[in-house]
Design a protein around this ligand. Structure first.
Ligand SMILES: Cc1ncc(COP(=O)(O)O)c(C=O)c1O
Length: 390
């Protein structure tokens, strides 16, 4: 086995696709220290900068004091502490669904939903750029899998038409905001297909939650579809600044998941600190819309500056910005150039994104200052010139 693995690793290196870990120390919501040098972090998903908000940290500490550092049991055994009940009620209400169920993270939640709710005679239609957790969940399902072109509603409808006489159920699975491209699924049109062909829609709003919509509840709110999907998954580990994930649906779906979803049943419950922090962050987001407003001021300013500098931001509309370089090595060169300038950003390469579309994935958070953004843009421009994308 070792020889085989060495050969795979050499292959990865030759392609310029090798990964290693940089162990860092965060020192504020936007700064980290690596090898004794300070960097501006441009790849955090803590869009609202709540992960180190004093009240959120205090809530995490209080939950630890009361419940302990870990739960040390699965939720089905003795892990369902009362804080879960409160958070499940609040998330369901926040996004206008009947019922919520908290999983230990988004990857496990997606596997739980898709592999449990779909069966042998069913068909799953999946956007070609769906997140790895969705792709792997679909592989674990016994249903037939059909990939449709990215955000292409006509392709999806054509594919649904061919399968609509099947005896099983039909499911469309999509991210709301695509995590590597920052663009948005055509959810209104997908909802029309749902009504027309009786398909079930499962959405992953990991990157929409807390960011999009008038009150920040996510993409469904932005598109006037709040609470209308069959199953909605979102995470606490991005704008909410904590850890874990929640699945929203009706009473029956949640009851069934509690009884059959293996990734819910056979894994240890979340540490109380994560649940306490999520609850507090959710209260902050609900009660003070200024967090979302400040984030959007940064998003609008950063995007305007990059566009003025000549970058093509593709169809992205929010805090995720893909700076597509193309070649894997060029993407790494650009990353390293920025690193020299004190900017921490990651080159995203295959298999995370399709071959030939390697990129820098830049994320904008609320705590970035105007000076941070100006410095970041001028550095990205210089690095972009080095690899001739400008
Ligand atoms: C779209 C999407 N879905 C699911 C996940 C997985 O969530 P978690 O990190 O909580 O496992 C992620 C990223 O982490 C994601 O970007």
């Amino acid at each position: 086995m070792i020889d085989r693995l060495r050969s795979h690793i050499e292959n990865i290196k030759e392609k310029g696709n090798y990964r290693f870990l940089r162990y860092i120390k965060p020192i504020s919501s936007t700064r980290i220290v690596y090898n004794s040098k300070e960097y501006l972090n441009l790849c955090s998903n803590s869009y609202l900068s709540l992960h180190n908000h004093p009240e959120v940290i205090k809530a995490a500490k209080e939950a630890t004091d009361i419940y302990g550092a870990g739960i040390c049991s699965s939720r089905s055994i003795s892990g369902s502490i009362d804080l879960y009940k409160e958070l499940e009620r609040e998330t369901a209400e926040y996004k206008s669904y009947e019922k919520a169920l908290i999983f230990s993270n988004g990857y496990l939640a997606n596997i739980g939903i898709i592999s449990t709710l779909t069966e042998k005679d069913d068909v799953i239609f999946s956007d070609e750029l769906n997140h790895s957790s969705l792709i792997h969940s679909i592989r674990l399902s016994r249903a037939k899998k059909i990939i449709y072109k990215h955000r292409d509603i006509n392709d999806l409808e054509e594919k649904i038409k061919k399968e609509k006489k099947r005896k099983g159920n039909l499911f469309v699975v999509t991210e709301t905001v695509f995590s590597m491209d920052g663009d948005v699924a055509p959810l209104k049109e997908i909802y029309e297909l749902k009504k027309k062909y009786d398909v079930n829609v499962i959405v992953d709003d990991a990157h929409g939650t807390g960011v999009f919509g008038e009150t920040g509840t996510g993409i469904e709110e932005m598109l006037g579809l709040k609470g209308l999907m069959d199953v909605h998954m979102a995470t606490f580990g991005k704008a909410i600044g904590s850890y874990g994930a929640f699945v929203l649906s009706n009473e029956t779906v949640i009851e069934y998941l509690i009884n059959r979803a293996k990734t819910f049943m056979y894994t240890t419950a979340l540490p109380p600190a994560a649940i306490g922090a999520s609850l507090k962050a959710l209260h902050i987001i609900k009660n003070d819309l200024s967090y979302r407003k400040d984030l959007w001021n940064n998003i609008d300013y950063f995007r305007k500056k990059l566009i003025e500098a000549g970058f093509d931001l593709k169809d992205s509309i929010g805090p995720i910005i893909p700076i597509v370089v193309g070649d894997d090595r060029d993407a790494v060169t650009m990353q390293e150039e920025l690193f020299k300038k004190g900017i921490f950003i990651q080159a995203i390469r295959p298999p995370t994104v399709p071959a030939g579309t390697s990129r820098l994935r830049l994320t904008i958070v609320r705590d970035l200052t105007k000076d941070d953004i100006d410095y970041a843009v001028s550095s990205i421009v210089e690095a972009g010139k080095k690899v001739h994308i400008l």
